[in-house]
Design a binder for this molecule. Structure first.
Ligand SMILES: Cc1cc2nc3c(=O)[nH]c(=O)nc-3n(C[C@H](O)[C@H](O)[C@H](O)COP(=O)(O)OP(=O)(O)OC[C@H]3O[C@@H](n4cnc5c(N)ncnc54)[C@H](O)[C@@H]3O)c2cc1C
Length: 275
């Protein structure tokens, strides 16, 4: 893809002077896949030299520049912390409609900031109660829950010149049992609906459901104890009516609405059986 309007590609690690028409460049798997007539300069994040994954007692920090392949390698380590959460990470990495070739370049941050409804890194981070660390042009950081950061299909709270620095997943969010269910029009295709049910390991009664791909922005439902099938259905209806349903080439709204209920009920039953 020729980006005909781009005049310069600049190294963000050398200091950034943000202007109108600027954009961050991460893996470029989306930026270079479609015309970008409104972009005149790219600030390349490749040399930021951020450690991709930092494990601490407090949890896990995933740098925005961590690639999907790096996250998958971490998730597949035979011995490591948070086995349940890492199994979910692996499932979410595999939920891209792209192949491993794209995973080697595509970044977690690029996926979250692109904020497509079918962004599996958003699904993952919301289900694990993740927080975005956003860095302004003056170097100041602010934090937002990932579920609030994504405001619609392809829309986020990013301000001009602000970048996503990392995702923070706290130990409490990582200590959850999770069940993921996903459907697409063809095997390995773009997700039409993706549901993650999660319960705290130390309090299995507390359950959350994260609905993505079928809704323009993530829907996160919390229950003080495992809901009944009817209770879950009613809560989903109410929440989804508020956000609306995605209508695009990857699935009709009626089918997606059916899928959300079907997958959520499957996940609810699986979680109940495991608990
Ligand atoms: C074959 C194929 C299949 C794909 N399948 C999927 C899919 O199933 N689901 C999906 O969600 N996407 C999919 N994509 C789109 C894209 O590849 C992914 O979303 C990828 O994770 C984007 O990451 P990137 O590092 O390449 O981002 P880039 O293309 O570099 O950037 C994407 C956007 O995010 C901004 N950005 C990047 N990093 C930051 C940052 N740190 N701070 C602020 N803004 C930033 C950029 O300015 C740009 O607007 C697919 C792409 C291809 C080519």
């Amino acid at each position: 893809m020729d980006l005909a309007a781009v005049r310069a590609v600049l190294d963000a690690s050398c200091g950034v002077r943000w202007e109108e028409g600027d954009a961050w460049l991460a893996g470029g798997t989306w930026l270079f896949s479609t015309p970008q007539p409104e972009i005149s300069r790219l600030w390349d994040l490749a040399r930021m030299d951020w450690q991709p994954l930092v494990v601490s007692e407090g949890g896990l920090e995933i740098a925005a520049t961590c690639t999907v392949a790096e996250l998958l390698a971490f998730a597949l380590q035979p011995d490591g912390p948070w086995p349940d959460a890492r199994a979910l990470m692996a499932d979410c990495c595999r939920a891209f409609s792209s192949s491993f070739k794209v995973w080697n370049t595509a970044t977690v941050g690029g996926n979250v900031c692109l904020a497509l409804p079918a962004a599996p890194m958003v699904s993952l981070a919301v289900a694990l109660h993740g927080v975005c660390v956003l860095r302004a042009a003056d170097g100041r950081d602010r934090q937002l829950p990932v579920g609030d950061f994504v405001t619609g299909a392809g829309r986020t709270c990013l301000r001009p010149g602000e970048m996503l620095r990392c995702l923070r997943l706290r130990a409490a969010g990582l200590a959850q049992r999770t069940v993921m269910r996903r459907a697409s029009l063809r095997p390995g295709g773009h997700s039409a609906a993706l549901v993650i049910a999660a319960s705290a390991l130390d309090d299995p009664g507390q359950v959350t459901f994260t609905l993505t791909a079928a809704t323009p922005r993530p829907v996160h439902l919390s229950f003080p104890r495992t809901p009944t099938a009817a209770g879950l259905r009613a809560a989903i209806e109410q929440a989804v009516d508020a956000t609306g349903i995605v209508d695009d080439a990857h699935g009709s709204p009626a089918w997606r609405r059916h899928l959300i209920h079907h997958l959520a009920e499957e996940a609810r039953q699986a979680l109940e059986t495991e608990n």
